[in-house]
Design a protein around this ligand. Sequence first.
Ligand code: ADP
Ligand code: MG
Length: 690
Amino acid sequence: MTHGGGLQTPIRFLKGVGDSRAQVLNRLGIESVGDLLMHIPRRYEDRSVSTPLNEVKGREQVSVRGHVLSCGWMEPKTGKGFFEAMLSDSHGVASCRWFNARYLEDRITKGMELIAHGKVIRHRGRSVILQPEWEVAGKQSGAAHQERIVPIYPLTESLPQKTLRMMLWNAVEEFENALVEILPDELMERLHLPGIREAIRAVHFPETLEDAAAAHDRLVYNEFLSIQLVLVYRKTRAETVTKGHVHAGSGAMRAKFLDTLDFELTGAQKRVIREIEADMRSSAPMHRLLQGDVGSGKTVVAACALFDAIDGGAQTVIMAPTEVLARQHFRIFGRFLTRMGIDSALLVGDLSTAERRNVLSGLKSGRIKLAVGTHALIYDKVNFDRLALVVIDEQHKFGVGQRAELYAKGDHPDVLVMTATPIPRTLGMTVYGDLDVSIIDELPANRQQIVTRVIKQAQLAEAYIFLKKQVDQGRQCYVIYPLVGESEVLELKAAETMYEELKQYTFPGDRLGLLHGQMSNKGKNEVMRAFKEHEVDILVSTTVVEVGIDVPNATVMLIENAERFGLAQLHQLRGRVGRGEHKSYCILQGDIKGVDSWKRLKIMEETTDGFRIAEEDLKIRGMGNLLGKEQSGFPGFKLGDPVADTRLLIDSRDEAFRIAQADPEAVDPAYALLRTYAKDIYRRTFAEIG
Ligand code: ADP
Ligand code: MG
């Protein structure tokens, strides 16, 4: 918890730990006694009531107490040997059995009184308690494990439940007094939260399950409130800083750009453009998240913001996670600016030295008004004259740190981050807790509903015939293969071998292209260009096409081994089709052996609503997975779960706003400990992304 007293004591010094167990605990992220105290139970077992031995029946967990009537090592003719102890109490008898536990011969003897807890099975008409946890009755060391509500912890290899529980028992006994309260009394009273000592004791060794629940909530609240406090202060401070840029262009350039489009903006696009414009015209720096489902048209919104800023004389930048996407943006923005007589530049990893030097000097002098690029933009040598607007596309593919490095290249620039990953509200509060949010909640009217089908391996041949027909009608298709395992090398093989196979045997007369992450940038660009210009009919690819790619003539997205992807990711991939006037299809070939994964894929047939899909994914796969592996912007909560503990999250956010309002300068001593703790937790929670 807080740093006072002995909580920083290295875990190896705790009674019952020592060097080798300390190493095991380190694997659970437990370095100090304080860390151990925050290792909270996964669930509890109520062992407070013993079952009379005559009532021990099959298939339940029981706690019993009885004297050993007889015991010994048994070796049946077939099967494993076991140690058996027959217990008796005033009601009846029941036996306990431990396989491969000959050592119990020395530990359990006739006449002893035992307390045991375990699962009952029926064996040859008798009830047997299998592999129970046990203690000699009346022994002090048993207090942690028996005749009470017992905590069950998340474990790691070679750390038995009982050993860990005993460590926690000792830690609570010895270090409870070192725990320092960080919440003001007033707050705890108002919200009916138990104090920290009470909470730590009750979360590990509760008297009742209600106590355990209250203790759990208090600890989760600590964590949520801390993180919200940092986010909310950051947000309220940003709003009161007045040194941002006031963009004061005429809007003429934006109007000219919109004239070049062959469509009308949707109502939602117009609305978010107004929201962004208002931010940009104010002196407080903009910190805005633009959320809009795949294909909702975020790029034109970004273009309006960029052109407005350039119109007012500012320098701007847009960063995308892949070179393919950066090039796509550059084609749109750069071409238009060139016609306006304004310099822009593409900045990616593999420019020639001369090109690169030219771009860097143009940015430094202010001659280049727009830089489009990948993370190559954040390198040290890139400097701007007066960078006043930063746009980050597919922001979830970047870490918080990378984003911050780009902002730092300007002096309080306006910042617009865009994402197509639909973030349920609760998650939004955590990942984007310091941003204002604009949402495009409407797709362009000309959009085709995408027909989605989940198919089995055996139906792939049919699917290929369908692709062939589409190609014959002049359309284009994607065929996607997953990462196989974690190995980049294997990934390459899957897409590559399938490419050869499809080219030779399945689509011999058609033009196929191959795209994967291991290719050179030059190779990737060439394939993407060819696909875009319809020199390629079928693009065989890995998930590199997941973000941003816009080829309106593509109408089929076939994903093989679709069970390997998260729903949110499938949704992104599906968003690559249905972008033009033609009816579009998404075919998901799944593994029928996994019933659950099949059901999961079926959700894709039911809905094209990105938010619903994200919610489902969140329920099934948990938070980390929703946003994908590379989703480094996601905080790793230790205790709280934004989904299960939504109420606490919302309450903590309200409270954080209340505190920030009451104490805008963050000087009130009542919150001093909480503030220190909050910074620490925030840093640790976001550590891997900092
Ligand atoms: P995303 O939000 O996924 O980044 P894009 O900005 O790539 O979507 O837009 C998808 C496609 O829709 C592009 O081809 C774009 O030109 C087109 N588009 C954008 N806005 C509209 C609109 N209001 N009406 C019709 N088409 C639009
Ligand atoms: Mg996009």
